[in-house]
Each structure stands twice: as structure tokens, then as C-alpha cells.
Unconditional design. Structure first.
Length: 132
């Protein structure tokens, strides 16, 4: 019952009622990633491409899609990572969710959230002053 109430009144937690109905009606499950997000395909978009969507485990956060699935979702490849031996490239970093708004967010030196002074301007830049 709680899941029904959450899905009925929120769009950011898992899936909405509309997405649940569309998934039941048209969706074909393609696979699941290591985070528990489930990927579907079904129907055609107005561009003539198959519709693809994800039902997030927990909050709907687009940065929670790993690189292999990101390519499939955006039609960069027709083969989902579950149907191929997708191996991350050596230059790819380990996936991290978006940290904006959390204590782990990046805060450069001199920002209001970090103690310290902002680095002095160097090079050929001169700050504008009135009367110059």
C-alpha cells in the first residue's frame, strides 16, 4: 500500500503510475544494472527509434546510470550491456552518483562553503575599478 501511495503522489521515487501502466502495456525488460535500475524497451518514438526507459531503484537520478547503459539508453548502440561482454575501458572512472547538494560535493578553495582564501588572480587579468 505504501508503494502505491508513493508512486501515486511522487515522480522522483522509482516510477509513477503512468510509467507503471506504460511498462505493463508496452515494456519489454531488457536488463538490470549493478545498482538495481531496470531497463525497458517498447514502442516507437516520434523519431522512428525504439523507446527506451529506466525504472530507478530509489530516487530518480539520471547520474545513477552506468556508462554501458547510458550508451544504450541514448541509442549509441543497439546492443544492451546484458547481451554483450561489456567491459569498462581502462580510461573510464568508476561510476559515482552526482554529489551536488551533499557533503561530498566539490567545493573549490575560496568558495563560501570552505574555509580559506580564494587564490589570487594571476596572469594578464586586471580587475576593473571605477575611474580607470
Amino acid at each position: 500500500m505504501w508503494n502505491f501511495i508513493v508512486q501515486f503522489f511522487t515522480w522522483w521515487n522509482g516510477q509513477t503510475m503512468g510509467t507503471r501502466f506504460a511498462t505493463w502495456r508496452f515494456g519489454k525488460r531488457v536488463g538490470e544494472d549493478e545498482f538495481g535500475n531496470v531497463y525497458y524497451e517498447g514502442g516507437m518514438s516520434s523519431y522512428g527509434l525504439p523507446k527506451r526507459w529506466v525504472i530507478y531503484k530509489g530516487y530518480a537520478e539520471a547520474s545513477a546510470i552506468p556508462p554501458g547503459w547510458h550508451g544504450w539508453m541514448h541509442h549509441r548502440t543497439d546492443v544492451p550491456p546484458t547481451k554483450e561482454n561489456y567491459v569498462t575501458k581502462e580510461w573510464q572512472k568508476q561510476h559515482r552518483a552526482n554529489q551536488t547538494g551533499t557533503p561530498q560535493a566539490y567545493r573549490p578553495p575560496g568558495s563560501l562553503a570552505v574555509a580559506g582564501e580564494r587564490p589570487r588572480v594571476t596572469g594578464d587579468y586586471d580587475a576593473w575599478t571605477p575611474g580607470n
